[in-house]
Design a protein around this ligand. Structure first.
Ligand code: BGC
Length: 341
């Protein structure tokens, strides 16, 4: 069975080099009227990390003589409009960082009709076979890494505690947010059962703790209320923050409540987070180096446009409901006061 699985994976890898996850053939590089090879990029503008990823991707693509049309959107309607409009310009490839992982099936029918290859960047796109490849960090490892760091830092395995903890998760429309939270909770939940971790607010489910659209300002009222209601005369020792941007707001409110910085997580490796780590405010972040991810994404773009070999290291995890999208999952890096630069 193992052997069969390997054979199956090898077949997908082989065909993946030509057509990715769907029946799109490599574009003739001279297919656009001007002979230019154009890559459209549609990203959210929800966190500074998207800007960094966009800049890095644009730079690498321009070095490879691609023309880049990059756009950022603040909400899903705006992003769907941007994607629909840019498809009408017939780019050679479109790279999407989806604001809503479930919202693109219909819009991408046009990509199929026009034979424009689609690459999902950082976030998987569900419900369509229009997606050729998925370039991301290992989302399961990110969630697990957050849980393992907290477990080790508090010495929970040796029965230490109780510690008061509050939980925050990313935006509900982003598939990654669900993966991160699920993996972290798989590590932390047993300690809530033993009473070593205590959530005084009682808010533990994804729906209760999610921060709409990953917009850090949406986390502010909830942490403010939690501090007043549950921590006026209690210490808050641990906070699970789903990314750096949100950690900034949480720390701000905790400080305003007159409390010291707790053990707090982050994600992305924002420069502001590095400064907070150096200042002893934020405990750690999980770094997602944009240059690492964008280099893999460029390999995928070249594969669909020029028929070259992409880097793929996962052909089983990202079942988007219609196809299993061949992926390259980069390795994230934990950064804390011991290795921050
Ligand atoms: C990404 C995170 C990012 C968040 C908010 C997630 O999908 O994986 O790195 O912080 O979106 O933009």
């Amino acid at each position: 069975m193992r052997y069969f699985k390997f054979f199956f994976a090898a077949m997908i890898l082989f065909f993946g080099t030509v057509s990715g996850g769907c029946d799109i053939l490599p574009f003739d590089s001279s297919s656009s009227e001007t002979g230019e090879r154009v890559v459209a990029i549609c990203f959210p503008n929800t966190t500074p990390s998207w800007q960094r990823n966009g800049d890095s991707l644009q730079k690498l693509l321009e070095e490879e003589n691609f023309k880049v049309n990059i756009q950022f959107a603040g909400n899903i309607d705006e992003q769907k409009k941007q994607v629909a409009e840019v498809l009408e310009t017939h780019p050679n490839c479109i790279v999407i960082g989806a604001i809503d992982s479930d919202a693109f099936a219909e819009t991408l029918e046009k990509a199929k009709e026009y034979q424009i290859p689609v690459i999902a960047f950082d976030r998987i796109i569900k419900g369509t076979d229009a997606v050729s490849y998925y370039a991301s960090f290992d989302n399961d490892a990110i969630g697990e890494g957050m849980g393992l760091y907290i477990e080790a830092a508090l010495d929970l395995k040796n029965g230490k505690g109780p510690y008061n903890i509050e939980l925050f998760a990313g935006g509900p429309t982003d598939n990654n947010a669900h993966i991160f939270f699920k993996q972290t909770m798989a590590i932390l939940e047993p300690y809530m059962k033993t009473g070593q971790l205590v959530v005084r607010s009682g808010q533990k489910t994804f729906d209760e703790v999610a921060v709409a659209d990953w917009n850090a300002e949406n986390a502010r009222p909830r942490i403010r209320e939690i501090m007043t209601k549950y921590y006026a005369d209690q210490p808050l020792q641990v906070v699970l923050s789903p990314n750096d941007n949100i950690a900034g707001v949480l720390l701000d409110e905790i400080k305003k409540a007159g409390k010291p910085a707790p053990l707090i997580s982050g994600l992305d490796g924002d420069p502001e987070a590095f400064e907070r780590i150096k200042a002893g405010q934020q405990t750690f972040t999980i770094g997602k180096d944009p240059d690492v991810l964008t280099a893999k994404c460029v390999r995928m773009i070249k594969a669909v446009v020029e028929g070259t070999q992409p880097d793929i290291n996962d052909v089983t995890t990202y079942d988007n409901g219609v196809i299993i999208v061949p992926a390259y999952l980069c390795t994230p890096q934990i950064i804390d006061k011991t290795n921050v630069k």
